[in-house]
Design a protein. Structure first.
Length: 393
C-alpha cells in the first residue's frame, strides 16, 4: 500500500516516523518547489545562476538571448526547493560581480521566513498567528454596499459591537466613498463624519484597534488624536506628502495601497504589461520611501488594491498571485469584499449577493498565507478562515 502525503501534513507525517527533529525541518524544506522570479538581471549573472542551479539539482528558466549575452539584462525564473537555494547561495556567496551580491542579499532575505508583524504606537503587537479580520465601517451616504453605511449612532454602535463579538481584530472607518467614479469630499466633511465616531468607539471599547481610511494627513492626525491606531491610505502616501512625516513622527502603522489616478478616474488607467509585477514593484518602492524616512518595516502593510485601476481579469490575476506579495517581511492585506469583480464573475450579481464570492477570496488569502482581509461580513469570513486554518493545521 502507498498513498500521497498532503503538503500541509508532511511535517506531522515525518515526525510520526520518529526521526530526529532537525531532520523533519530539513526534509520538509526539500518537499516544496518555490518558484522565484528574478527581474532585470545582467545576463552574465543569469548564466552563472543557471549553471549553479542545475548543479544543485534545481533549474533556472532564462531567455535564449541571455544564454548568448545578446542583451544586457533579462528576467528569469528559478525553480528549486530550500536545499537547492541554500546550495546556490553557498556557491555564489563570494561572487561580487555582475550584480550577484544584490541577488544574494535579496534571496537570503526572502528565504529567511521572516514572520511579519505590526507594532502599534502604544506597543501592542499584531503577530498574525491567524488571518486577521478587519471589519468595514463606512460613515458615508454613498458607499457601494448599502448595508455597510452606518450613519445613525445607534446603528453604528450596534454594528461595532457585532463586529467585535464576531471576531474583528481591526475596525476600518472611512468618511469618503472611494468606489469607482466617486467624487471626493472636503477634509472638513470627512473629519466631521469620522472623528466623533472614533472617539465614541474608543470610549466604549478602549482596546479596540481602529484603522482610519483616509489619504489626507490632516484627517489622519485628527483621527490619531481621537484614538485611531492605523492609517489606511489608498494613495500609498502620494496624495498628501505630509503623510510620510506624520507616520514617521507618530509611529502609527500605515497600509499602503496600489492605485492609479483617483477614484473618479482610476478605471481609465488599467493598462499593464504584468499587473502583479508592476503593482508589487510600486508597493515596494513606496515602502522603501517610508523606510528611508525612518519608518520601520513593522509599521508598513501592503495592499495590492483590488478594484482600484484594475479590470476584472487583472483583479483575478492579483488574487491568484497573492503569494507574490509575501516574503518581503511586510504584512499583506486583501480587500476584495463584495467588490464588482465578484459580481462580474458570478453573473453580474449586485453587491448584496456577493457574500459567497467574498468567502472564496478569503479562502485564497488563507491559502496564500497573507495576514489580513478587509470585509463587510465579519462573522462569515472569520468562521471560514478559522475552519480552513484548522484543516491546514
Amino acid at each position: 500500500m502507498l498513498y500521497k502525503v498532503a503538503k500541509d501534513s508532511l511535517q506531522e507525517e515525518l515526525a510520526n516516523l520518529k526521526i530526529h527533529k532537525d531532520s523533519v525541518e530539513i526534509l520538509t524544506g526539500k518537499s516544496e518547489i518555490i518558484p522565484i522570479k528574478l527581474v532585470s538581471v545582467r545576463t552574465p549573472a543569469l548564466n552563472i545562476i543557471k549553471q549553479e542551479m542545475l548543479a544543485a539539482g534545481g533549474d533556472c528558466a532564462i531567455p535564449a538571448s541571455a544564454l548568448t549575452c545578446a542583451t544586457d539584462r533579462e528576467d528569469a525564473i528559478l525553480l528549486g526547493n530550500r536545499k537547492h537555494y541554500n546550495i546556490l547561495l553557498y556557491k555564489i556567496a563570494k561572487m561580487n560581480y555582475f550584480g550577484l551580491s544584490k541577488i544574494i542579499e535579496e534571496l537570503t532575505s526572502m528565504l529567511a521566513i521572516e514572520k511579519p508583524q505590526t507594532v502599534l504606537a502604544d506597543g501592542r503587537i499584531l503577530d498574525y498567528a491567524n488571518l486577521g479580520i478587519m471589519g468595514i465601517l463606512n460613515i458615508t451616504p454613498d458607499s457601494f454596499y448599502g448595508e455597510s453605511r452606518n450613519l445613525g449612532n445607534n446603528n453604528l454602535m450596534s454594528a461595532v459591537e457585532a463586529m467585535l463579538h464576531e471576531g474583528a481584530e481591526i475596525l476600518d472607518i472611512g468618511g469618503e466613498s472611494t468606489r469607482p467614479g466617486s467624487e471626493a469630499v472636503t477634509a472638513e466633511a470627512e473629519q466631521k463624519r469620522i472623528i466623533p465616531v472614533i472617539s465614541e468607539i474608543k470610549k466604549a471599547y478602549p482596546n479596540t484597534i481602529i484603522s482610519v481610511d483616509t489619504y489626507r494627513a490632516a484627517t489622519a492626525k485628527a483621527a490619531i488624536d481621537a484614538g485611531a491606531d492605523i492609517i489606511n491610505d489608498i494613495s500609498a502616501v502620494e496624495a498628501d506628502p505630509e503623510m510620510v512625516d506624520l507616520v514617521a513622527s507618530t509611529k502609527v502603522p500605515i497600509i499602503l495601497m496600489h492605485m492609479r489616478g483617483t477614484p473618479k478616474d482610476m478605471q481609465t488607467k488599467c493598462e499593464y504589461e504584468n499587473v502583479t509585477q508592476e503593482v508589487l514593484v510600486y508597493l515596494l518602492e513606496r515602502a522603501a520611501l517610508l523606510e528611508e524616512k525612518g519608518v520601520s518595516k513593522d509599521k508598513i502593510i501592503l495592499d495590492p488594491g483590488i478594484g482600484f485601476a484594475k479590470d476584472v481579469n487583472q483583479n483575478l490575476e492579483l488574487m491568484r498571485n497573492l503569494v507574490s506579495f509575501t516574503g518581503f517581511g511586510y504584512p499583506v492585506l486583501l480587500a476584495a469584499s463584495r467588490k464588482s469583480t465578484i459580481g462580474a464573475v458570478l453573473g453580474d450579481l449586485p453587491a448584496e449577493e456577493r457574500l459567497e464570492g467574498t468567502l472564496a477570496t478569503t479562502a485564497q488569502a488563507v491559502n496564500a498565507r497573507v495576514q489580513l482581509v478587509r470585509v463587510h461580513d465579519v462573522k462569515e469570513n472569520f468562521r471560514l478562515a478559522r475552519m480552513l486554518e484548522a484543516i491546514r493545521g
